[in-house]
Design a protein around this ligand. Sequence first.
Ligand code: SF4
Length: 119
Amino acid sequence: MLQTPHQSPQAAVVPVQRTSSREQTGPWHSEAVCRRDEAGLFFAPSKEPTAARLSREQAAKRVCARCPVLVECREHALLQPEPYGVWGGLTAAERRVMLARRRRRDADLGQSAQVPRIA
Ligand code: SF4
């Protein structure tokens, strides 16, 4: 079984047998700082209070900030897309915002490519 960066919600139930798309991560995962997320920082336990979630996410982001594969991890999470957890220093909500911006940008670029230029 391929090692993956950090624990998924499924892994919280079955810690060693990870079954999420984390198994499809690239070779970057071997350098992930969060490979052993014993503290469970990267995914929310069920019914986590908001203050606890914010604190946990900030702690996870501090781990990501010193991770040598942050860029690769973030792109992986955006391309999948990964719906849960902190990946590449971004929460799921932050990734949704980033993806929406990318879609808007791509749509704008597509439209501007079709609009004839006025000399
Ligand atoms: S950037 Fe964060 S989530 Fe991604 S591999 Fe590194 S520590 Fe893990």
